[in-house]
Design a protein around this ligand. Structure first.
Ligand SMILES: *[C@@H]1O[C@H](CO)[C@@H](O)[C@H](O)[C@H]1NC(C)=O
Ligand SMILES: *[C@@H]1O[C@H](CO)[C@@H](O)[C@H](O)[C@H]1NC(C)=O
Ligand SMILES: *[C@@H]1O[C@H](CO)[C@@H](O)[C@H](O)[C@H]1NC(C)=O
Ligand SMILES: *[C@@H]1O[C@H](CO)[C@@H](O)[C@H](O)[C@H]1NC(C)=O
Ligand SMILES: *[C@@H]1O[C@H](CO)[C@@H](O)[C@H](O)[C@H]1NC(C)=O
Length: 561
């Protein structure tokens, strides 16, 4: 009795004495070493912050996503418009008032809202931002000529606001390094005579014919880039000139959303756009780049904000972007998941590359390591694409694991219903060869969902054809283009687009996909696992998912209903 009383007195004391608290207490705020601190911001300098207001009906949103994506549900394909999504999730009047009142009390009035009213982007001086968010200290950091403004310390918000905000964006989370700046996996040409993967090779391997091109009126697809990268229209035209024979295609991007920089094109950006337009041939393609980038913006978050403000969007988006799951706050990831659900209920398919570090590795205390899942690849609300190579690189042979293919089990998100039986069957069938249980979490969302070739691509970048480009950022647009073609056939028949694919994909049980059963991906270089993560196996596995598309079979399986 007295202990209970003491405890409640203590709680009372704590809640009344602490006026502010952390929204993202578990967010990694360390600035990676490759960024140089060039000093504290002058108090009068301008910055921009993104406020993620608490949404209403998130559980209902999730249930709606399940119903519109489950082929057995009478609601299947009954997607919502952005307006309908807005009526569902729009923050309560109380929340909107509380947040605006709080901002106004600090003199912050220059804010832009989105159609769903759940994000506010506001401009203010560094002095005002630091007063608004106790603990924050804004510095400017530079890497490879790119500068970002971030806080060197965690921020707090007044307790009264906790029930109204998910997080504040623009203080942490610096963009990871792109492939041009050292992340590249190009190999030496001396390795062999192989001509490498081109659109013709992909179309042949996946059984696509000349007739498999888009023709529906308002179909479109998109690639999104967040690493200050842009593509060069001349590269795309040259690529299609060299490799676009044998199928009708477009050689120009239909729409660039955001401002393309000037200077050199990025290899990543060139790769994405060249390959989504090769499988998703003759389909209008959009390119999302860092829109009007401000130093304090998080480019990925900026893209999510934009999706909530555009009612007319392509049906398929492919994204090669990821962070270590353990570096991100639970609040941030939960909210990004809600954003993925918002896209899914609209019938939009989001495809993420599974990453290029296999199972990944996190070095923990006392020499004990564990695997390191990456987000958004580990999100239950997106389709994650892994990578394969040809068994015999000189021939159109069958596919095996590309050892870099990202995969594994989330430590944050529970395994979604749609994959439980597939993952359980895998775990049961490979018990003997599984890595030690201390390295991963069998109750988490397992990924990838499917795969495609990710090795030895030809890319034209800065007018130069470059061979041996590899990574799951190649396989992702390849799969994206094929889903767009299937959408095309559905739209021609007056059917809704595929939307969030996973529930339907797992229902196929591997039908219409080439099962990849050979090879393991990489992981921790330690004595216990010696660089080996998971291995491919019959049916679903956490290296290549269900396998790679047999296009005509996949079309047949997904074109109707
Ligand atoms: C969202 O779109 C509206 C209307 O086009 C615009 O006024 C507003 O500034 C946009 N919001 C953001 C955050 O860009
Ligand atoms: C599809 O491709 C595979 C492998 O490339 C091949 O074995 C199979 O015969 C093809 N099927 C059809 C219908 O073309
Ligand atoms: C290419 O797409 C356009 C519509 O964007 C369509 O009119 C044309 O028929 C398509 N080409 C082929 C070969 O289907
Ligand atoms: C659909 O077509 C209209 C009219 O051509 C165009 O403005 C719009 O951008 C298209 N939407 C998409 C998502 O491609
Ligand atoms: C394992 O994953 C679950 C979610 O599926 C999570 O709740 C739990 O904390 C995770 N365990 C560890 C040790 O990370």
């Amino acid at each position: 009795m007295s202990r209970v009383l003491a405890l409640s007195l203590l709680l009372l004391f704590v809640t009344t004495s602490v006026r502010s608290g952390y929204l993202e207490f578990d967010q990694d705020v360390l600035i990676p070493e490759d960024w140089t601190d060039v000093g504290r911001l002058d108090p009068s300098e301008e910055l921009q912050l993104t406020f993620a207001l608490k949404q209403q009906n998130v559980a209902l949103l999730e249930e709606t996503l399940r119903l519109v994506s489950d082929p057995d549900s009478p609601q299947y394909g009954k997607h919502l418009s952005l307006q309908e999504v807005a009526s569902l999730v729009r923050p309560s009047e109380l929340t909107q008032k509380a947040v605006r009142g709080w901002l106004q009390s600090h003199g912050i009035t220059r804010c832009l809202a989105v159609l769903t009213q759940d994000f506010l982007q506001c401009s203010m001086t560094a002095a005002v931002a630091e007063a608004l968010l106790p603990g924050s200290r804004f510095h400017r950091y530079v890497r490879d000529g790119v500068s970002s403004v971030r806080s060197s310390a965690p921020y707090q918000v007044h307790d009264d606001l906790h029930q109204h905000l998910d997080f504040v964006g623009g203080l942490h989370r610096l963009p990871p390094r792109g492939r041009d700046a050292g992340g590249s996996r190009r190999r030496s040409l001396a390795a062999g005579l192989h001509l490498g993967v081109t659109p013709a090779i992909l179309r042949e391997r996946y059984n696509m014919t000349e007739a498999d091109v888009g023709s529906a009126q308002n179909n479109s697809q998109a690639v999104a880039q967040f690493l200050e990268q842009y593509y060069h229209p001349a590269d795309l035209a040259e690529f299609m000139g060299m490799f676009g024979r044998g199928f009708q295609h477009q050689s120009q991007v239909a729409r660039v959303v955001g401002t393309q920089g000037a200077g050199k094109a990025g290899l990543e950006a060139s790769l994405d756009v060249e390959y989504i337009m090769s499988t998703g041939a003759n389909i209008s393609t959009w390119f999302f780049t860092n829109p009007g980038r401000h130093e304090s913006q998080e480019p990925f978050l900026q893209w999510m904000v934009l999706l909530s403000n555009m009612s007319d969007l392509p049906w398929v988006h492919t994204v090669s972007y990821g962070d270590d799951e353990d570096s991100l706050s639970a609040a941030y990831m939960a909210r990004i998941n809600a954003e993925f659900m918002k896209a899914g209920v609209r019938g939009i398919s989001l495809l993420f590359a599974s990453g290029d570090s296999g199972a990944g590795c996190k070095h923990q205390d006392k020499g004990q390591n564990c695997f390191r899942p990456s987000f958004p690849a580990s999100s239950p609300y997106v389709t994650t694409v892994g990578g394969t190579s040809f068994k015999n690189p000189f021939k159109m042979s069958y596919e095996v694991t590309d050892y870099i293919s990202g995969g594994g089990f989330s430590n944050v998100f529970e395994m979604p219903e749609y994959q439980v039986s597939a993952v359980k069957a895998y775990l049961k069938s490979v018990t003997e060869s599984l890595p030690p249980q201390s390295y991963f979490n069998t109750s988490g969302r397992a990924y990838p969902d499917m795969a495609a070739l990710s090795d030895n691509y030809w890319v034209v970048s800065n007018r130069v054809p470059i061979p041996w480009v590899s990574g799951t950022s190649a396989s992702t647009p390849v799969v994206g283009g094929m889903l767009s073609l299937i959408n095309d056939q559905r739209l021609l028949q007056g059917l809704p687009p595929l939307g969030f694919l996973n529930p339907r994909l797992y229902r196929l049980q591997g039908q219409a996909l080439f099962d990849v059963t050979e090879g393991c991906h990489l992981s921790c270089l330690d004595e216990q696992v010696q660089g080996k993560g998971f291995c491919a196996a019959r049916s679903w596995d956490p290296v290549t998912g269900w396998g790679t598309p047999d296009y005509p079979a996949l079309l047949a399986a997904l074109r109707s209903d």
